[in-house]
Design a protein around this ligand. Structure first.
Ligand code: FNR
Length: 342
């Protein structure tokens, strides 16, 4: 099967398998404050990520490129929406464009539409230093995501089967390129052990890519003759994964991602310890089903609602939201207690 066909299958299957609501946010409760000392028009949602200053705690996570005209259009529209709101935006895996230069334009369009944007490149952990440099140059990337997707590869009939030396390759890339490296999962979550290993090799940020939203085991199972049903429920829910990452992050940036669909999900993710939140499947669904104007409107609404939630909590900026007291119940509480995380 061609890569281009597989990319389009992924988009369609991501839409048809849909977004679950299993990321654990129902276990997280804010504590209402009746005298919050805040004013809605003073609520500030800017975030500082390392040296970078962003006007939103939301970014559009990596999805596509390299699948011909249709993915070119999706990336163009995501760039236009990101620009309208001042969001950072990531492209999907650039490996296909490194192998087939005819696919490059569907990635470059993001930089063309959003010249001043914070644009993030994307490769898998099989990438070499030279490939990482070429992916960064292709779109003048401000940062590079390296995705870890073991369960997706195992479920994918034509996927990788050898996962040795990934950490070593990531370390070599961190040492050799001059942009920050973000290591991300794709919907199975990151444990504190994983985050500790990534921190030890110098990555700038982790994107936890937790379980509970887009589910690549389900997507790949749709493409298999004999399913691997045990992987459909596999992974660390996003709420848990953010708390695990926060425990060991020691100052590296945490992107809370995986099943973020609402302003309440986003604020809970930040209060659990994320510095910013990424959305993928939810954003793609709005773009494909309702169009770019609807997507831009949704993003404006999300910003407005995040400000309202912050105001109710007495948080006038994102740093204060990160300190909002939380009550954690249910399965998430159980998980964190078993893992000895407070
Ligand atoms: C993805 N995702 C993804 N991630 C990545 O690192 N490289 C990629 O090429 C892709 N491709 C891709 C295609 C499609 C159609 C979707 C929906 C997603 C994964 C994505 O960045 C994110 O980690 C997960 O989708 C979890 O977030 P959501 O979708 O639950 O918000």
């Amino acid at each position: 099967m061609s890569r281009s066909k597989r990319k389009w299958d992924h988009i369609q299957l991501a839409m048809s398998t849909g977004q679950t609501r299993l990321a654990g946010f129902e276990d997280i409760n804010f504590v209402h404050q009746s005298i919050p000392h805040t004013s809605l028009d003073q609520a500030n949602i800017n975030v500082e990520i390392g040296e970078l200053s962003l006007s939103s705690p939301i970014f559009i996570n990596g999805m596509t490129g390299g699948g011909g005209e249709r993915t070119w259009r999706i990336n163009r529209d995501l760039a236009i929406a990101a620009k309208a709101l001042g969001l950072a935006v990531s492209v999907g895996s650039q490996m296909s464009a490194l192998k087939d230069p005819s696919e490059i334009s569907s990635y470059k369009i993001v930089r063309k539409e959003y010249p001043e944007g914070l644009i993030i490149g994307n490769l898998g952990s099989e990438a070499t230093v030279d490939q990482a440099k070429a992916a960064i140059d292709m779109i003048e990337a401000n940062a590079l995501q390296i995705h870890l997707n073991v369960v997706q590869e195992l479920t994918m009939p034509e996927g990788d089967r050898d996962f040795r030396s990934a950490l070593q390759r990531i370390e070599e890339i961190v040492r050799s390129v001059n942009v920050p490296i973000i290591v991300k999962e794709v919907g199975f979550g990151m444990s504190k052990e994983t985050v500790s290993m990534l921190k030890s090799v110098g990555v700038a940020a982790v994107d936890v890519g937790g379980f509970g939203g887009t589910n690549f085991a389900r997507i790949e199972n749709e493409r298999r003759k004999r399913e691997l049903p045990f992987f459909n429920e596999w992974g660390i829910p996003t709420a848990v994964s953010i708390a695990e990452a926060r425990e060991v992050s020691g100052g590296i940036t945490i992107f809370g991602t995986g099943g973020i669909q609402t302003s309440l999900d986003a604020t809970k993710a930040i209060a659990l310890g994320a510095d910013a939140v990424g959305m993928a499947g939810f954003i793609l669904g709005i773009l494909l089903n309702e169009g770019i104007e609807a997507l831009i409107e949704e993003l404006h609404n999300l910003h407005d609602e995040i400000k309202m939630i912050m105001t109710a909590l007495g948080a006038s900026n994102i740093a204060e939201l990160q300190k909002a007291p939380l009550i954690i119940s249910g399965k998430t509480h159980h998980w964190l207690t078993e893992r000895d995380i407070n």
